[in-house]
Ligand binder design. Structure first.
Ligand SMILES: [Zn+2]
Ligand SMILES: [Zn+2]
Length: 351
């Protein structure tokens, strides 16, 4: 498709963003799709790009459209695309695999050695149109709510972390109740966890988790979370701890509140070095099973997310607190930065 479009771009190597009204519509290759964006969501990574943190400086090359969590309608398909047709609604898998490396050829393309991330290494989705390799398109049923479609990617991160092991009848602690943490808590509740104990510094975010099935809420401003979790679990500690804050002290507390032989999954990304003061007692002697999680498996996690939503046990729209047209990009990023709400969406067709 020829022509120009609106796009929220990173114009220069500095803090802030801009709305371009005459950005060229992406031209697609033979294996790509051109997608009309229906809904897109701001991720923590986008806030890094907006604020122009060192994380963003080392990855993003301005000027470029930003954003990666999205859903839209396919309006053009490359000649070699077989799995998707014009008119299909799709959500975007944001990890773009090379298809050739050790990880890709052994069933783990979501951690491809040569991975590119949509909207970070490639042009983003906060725009009227975006391009996507067809291998990264997750086809949605006809009439699927685009707002839910835009949430599948971040929800998948929480689901991937939560479902690394069993949750049924288990005591699960979730540290951090932003959208990913709240949806990880929802996953634990939907999968039959006994107690779903959630901590966050913001009470509104705890309420969000409560609405999704959390049974116990803790605010570190008031509560000793490690002590509370131990108390709730007969002194043993949680069977499963999902760490979604990336805050070094909270990451250390995740080990402390896990029971012996428990599972700790790290999802939140730390910006700073982490000190584990008592690694022997907190991890080694406990025989903890510790792992990291990034993105979603391609595509087991997407099937799991779809099944959880179709079961009716999780309504991901409960994490949406703001909706803006592209023009109100500064307001959107401000709402995301203040971290009091949940997901902030850009709806290109909103007036
Ligand atoms: Zn994201
Ligand atoms: Zn690869």
């Amino acid at each position: 498709m020829k022509g120009t479009m609106r796009a929220i771009i990173k114009p220069t190597a500095a803090a802030g963003a801009a709305l371009a009204t005459d950005w060229p519509i992406p031209q697609i290759g033979p294996k790509d799709l051109l997608i009309k964006v229906k809904a897109a969501a701001i991720c923590g990574t986008d806030s890094h790009i907006y604020e122009w943190t060192p994380y963003a400086q080392s990855r993003v090359k301005p000027p470029t459209p930003i954003g990666h969590e999205f859903c839209g309608e396919v309006v053009e398909a490359g000649a070699q695309v077989e799995n998707i047709q014009v008119g299909d609604m799709v959500a975007g898998e944001t990890h773009i695999p090379c298809g050739k490396c050790l990880l890709c050829t052994t069933g783990q393309p979501h951690i491809c050695q040569n991975m590119l991330i949509l909207g970070i290494h490639t042009p983003g989705v906060f725009a009227d149109y975006t391009s996507l390799p067809s291998v990264c398109a997750w086809k949605l049923p006809k009439g699927f709510d685009p707002e839910v479609g835009a949430l599948l990617e971040p929800m998948g991160v929480g689901v991937h972390g939560a479902l690394l092991g069993s949750l049924h009848a288990m005591n699960v602690a979730v540290l951090g109740s932003g959208p990913i943490g709240a949806l990880a808590a929802a996953t634990a509740a939907a999968c039959g966890a006994k107690k779903v104990m959630v901590s966050d510094m913001e009470d509104v975010r705890l309420e969000m988790a409560k609405g999704l099935g959390a049974t116990h809420l803790y605010n570190p401003k008031r509560d000793d979370v490690v002590a509370e979790v131990r108390k709730e679990t007969g002194g043993y500690g949680a069977d499963v701890v999902l760490e979604v804050t990336g805050v070094p002290a909270v990451m250390e507390s995740a080990l402390k509140m896990a029971r012996k032989a428990g599972r700790v999954t790290f999802i939140g990304l730390p910006n700073n070095p982490i000190v584990f003061n008592d690694f022997a007692n907190d991890l080694i002697y406990k025989e903890l099973k510790v792992s990291g999680v990034t993105g979603r498996t391609m595509y087991e996690t997407w099937y799991q997310v779809t099944a959880l939503i179709e079961s009716g046990k999780i309504d991901p729209k409960k994490v949406i607190t703001h909706r803006f047209p592209l023009e109100k990009y500064d307001e959107g990023f401000r709402a995301a930065r203040d971290r009091v709400g949940g997901k902030v969406l850009f709806l290109p067709e909103l007036k």
